[in-house]
Design a protein around this ligand. Sequence first.
Ligand SMILES: NC(=O)c1ccc[n+]([C@@H]2O[C@H](COP(=O)([O-])OP(=O)(O)OC[C@H]3O[C@@H](n4cnc5c(N)ncnc54)[C@H](O)[C@@H]3O)[C@@H](O)[C@H]2O)c1
Length: 313
Amino acid sequence: MRVLVTGGAGFIGSHLVDRLLAEGNEVTVVDDLSTGNLFNLQGARRDPDLPLSFQRLDIISTGLERAVAKAGPEVVCHLAAQIDVRNSVADPVRDAMINVIGTVQLLEACRHHDVRKVVFTTSGGCIYGEPTAAQLPVAEDHPGHPHSPYGASKRGVEEYLHAFHALYGLRWSSLALANVYGPRQDPAGEAGVVSIFGGRMLADRDVTIYSDGGQTRDFVYVADVVDAFMAALHRGDNQRLNIGTGRETSVSELFAALADITGYAKPAIHAAPRPGELQRIALDNGRAAERLGWRPATALREGLSATLDWLRG
Ligand SMILES: NC(=O)c1ccc[n+]([C@@H]2O[C@H](COP(=O)([O-])OP(=O)(O)OC[C@H]3O[C@@H](n4cnc5c(N)ncnc54)[C@H](O)[C@@H]3O)[C@@H](O)[C@H]2O)c1
């Protein structure tokens, strides 16, 4: 199959590109390298026999339609995004330009060039608001609303996906990812608590937990997330699908597990909670199990060990 991956030089996107190529697909990556890195694709780019092409391009630029026309993809996996919640609060217009306008521009190109399906990437941690304890793990029909412009932009795109399907028959899936972790997640970034804690522990530096550490997250390993994308190429049309483990892990538990694996002996430093952060989240993955045949396969400790191995390298 010919597949175009936006954001394919990023953390999750580059793992998806590797898998698509390994399974015999022809891949075009569109990425502006704003947070992604060609280093993530170096394995694939070194092999001259692999059908991979790369276009450095901002999805809000006018070159996007030409890139889609040239690639002629059957499926587009759309991962390019402004992904920082705090940046979205500081500059909601820029967030919407990339995450909403950039996506609508991509959908226009898809319908003009006979793309069969778009697999969109949304955030299970940001689109449902703050669920009550009784609502956990949250299902796709949870009535909550986003608390950030980033969550709002991700949610808004789904309305366009519905509209483009109604108007042009363009099929879609929206994968609502939990907290994804694994190799290639930038330890200097804001998104990846596993990489941040792991990187600091390996360097024997202090680790700060904002609040008491009781806040919970649903940590899902990147290879499992890639499994969900691969299934969504063919299944789970025209709906949102939660991609998480359904299990809550507190930040303190995560700290303890990483400290145990690395032999880190310092206590955590606690700081004031950051405004706008969720207290608890976990995603019900029943729909993904039924419609995609997807279940997370990697135990947390196994995924943490693999991530630490990468950080050591
Ligand atoms: N990492 C997580 O835990 C998580 C959770 C939920 C949803 N997501 C979503 O998954 C997707 C991938 O996230 P990631 O964690 O791999 O982040 P990432 O920053 O590593 O990947 C995003 C990629 O998009 C590219 N990009 C950004 N703006 C662009 C633009 N205007 N034009 C072209 N390319 C652009 C970046 O250079 C980068 O390569 C995003 O859509 C994100 O919202 C991630």
